[in-house]
Each structure stands twice: as C-alpha cells, then as structure tokens.
Write a protein that binds this ligand. Sequence first.
Ligand code: FES
Ligand code: FES
Length: 162
Amino acid sequence: MTINVNGQEYPVTPEQSAKRLVEFLREDLDLTGVKNACDIGACGACTLLVDDMPMKICTMQVSEVFGKHVLTIEGLAAPDGTLHPLQQAFVDAGAIQCGFCTPGMVLTAHAFLLRHPQPTRAEIRRAIYGNLCRCTGYQQIVDAIEAAAGHYAVAGEAEMKR
Ligand code: FES
Ligand code: FES
C-alpha cells in the first residue's frame, strides 16, 4: 500500500499501516510540523488536511488514509520554500508565538478560506473554534486569516490549493 502525502506517494509496510498516523508522519517521514499534544482529539494541534478537509489525526491510524491525499504544513509552502500567503500572513500579523498550535491552525484556516474567501471575523472565529492557542489570545490569528482572505478571493481555489 501507499499513502499520498504532500503530493508524493510513500510505500507503507504492514507494520507501518498499524501505526498511529501522527507517529508515521513525524518519525518515518520526518514531517515534524505535525504536532501531537493532547492525544485525544481535543486541542487541534495535530490537524492536517485529508482530501482538503481538516482532520484531527492524533487518534487515527495510517491505514485510515490509504487512497486519500494528506496535506501537512510542509506541503503548503512552495517547493522552493516560499511561504504560502496564509503562512506569510501569520508571520506578518505576529500570530505565531510558541508555534505549537500554528501548523494545525494554518491548515484549518486554509481549508476554510478555500471555501469561504470573504469571511467575516465572526466566521473566522467559528472556523478555528476547534484549534486551541495558549499564547496569542487569538486576536492576531484572526487578523492573519482576515488579511490572507484577499489572496483567496482574488486568486481562487485552484490557485491557492496545494
Ligand atoms: S493532539 Fe490531536 S487534537 Fe490534540
Ligand atoms: S502560539 Fe503558542 S499555542 Fe498558539
């Protein structure tokens, strides 16, 4: 079996298929942007996109994403390392402090903006409701998502998608 992560197919052994997805990505693929915090699906730190939908993956096994497309924070930047406009907006708005919530927060916001490129601040707050941040008080995070929304509105879903 294989799984598709950030557009690349990776072979998976039977032992790996029974592993937790978060451990497979971090330990076997070295994608350490994937965070593991609460381990019970409560905080959102482990959020990835699976077929463009945000999913908390700390309780999932590798076998659950066979045949699906997984996007981690490493896959959001351009191949040359240029940050995606949403990532850059987080930097510019000072929305990253310890950074532990950031990958999950950015990917949740990315999936939201692909579908809602002109959101209100209230809609942004609702969209990130399941992603906890202990540092920022959320204000700068909402600022960043609001600032990035214009890129999604202008460029469109196909252009912004990874
Ligand atoms: S680590 Fe998965 S939701 Fe907290
Ligand atoms: S920046 Fe530290 S938890 Fe969000």
